[in-house]
Design a protein around this ligand. Sequence first.
Ligand SMILES: [Zn+2]
Length: 250
Amino acid sequence: MIDTEATDLPELPGDWRRALAVVAHPDDLEYGCAAAVARWTDEGKEVVYLLVSRGEAGIDTLDPEVCAPLREREQRASAAVVGVDTVEFLDHRDGVIEYGTALRRDIAAAIRRHRPELVVTLNHRDGWGDGPGAPRNTPDHVAVGRATLDAAADAGNRWIFPELAERGLAPWDGVRRVAVAASSTPTHAVDAGPGLERAVESLLCHRAYIEALTDREPEEYAREFVTATTSRAADRFGGRPAVTFEVFPR
Ligand SMILES: [Zn+2]
C-alpha cells in the first residue's frame, strides 16, 4: 500500500489563464481556497466565481428573503479582496440543491461562457474524511461538486445540451483540469503564504454568517481557521502553508 501521507504534494501547474470556481454557497470558497485564488490573481490570472445558491438558508435567525441579498453582498466583497470581480449566482434553492441535468446544464453554460482551462470546486464526496465516523458532507456540496466534475465534460460536447448552442454558447472543450478543494485525498498544492492575510480578510467578509455561527470574535475565528487549514499539509509541501486540491485531469 502506498503511504500517501508521506508523499510530497507537487505544485498545481500554473499553465492556464482562466479559472471558473463553482460552489454551492457564499463562503464555500473562503473556507476552502481563497489564499490560492489570491495567489492566482497576483499572477495575472482571471478567476470567476459561480455560486449555485445565495446561501439564503444559512442563518437561522434571518428570513431567506433578507438573508439572500445580505449574503450576496458579503460574497462579492470577499471575492474582491482576492482579486475576483465577476461573481455570478444561479439561484438554485439553498439546502435542497439537486444533482441532475438541470444543474449540469447551468454549470456547463457558465463554462461555455467563461471558457476556463481550470475549473475549481469543493469536496464532492459523502464525507470530510475517509475513516469511520468522518463528518458528513452536506448534500448541496456533494451535488454541486459532482455536477461540476460532469459539466466540465458536458461543456465540450455539442450533442449534450444542444439548446445551449442555440443560445449562442458554443462548446468549450478547453477545461484541462478540475481541482477539488478540501478533498481528504489531495494530489496537488498551492502556496498559501502570499495570500494568507487576504484569505483571512476574505473569510471575514462573511461577518453576518460568522457572527451567527460562533460567539467568538470574528477576526480571531477567521484567522485561526485559515491558519489551521493551510498548515495541515505543510509537512508535505516543504514546510510552507498550502491550499490543497485533488486534481482530475481531462
Ligand atoms: Zn457550503
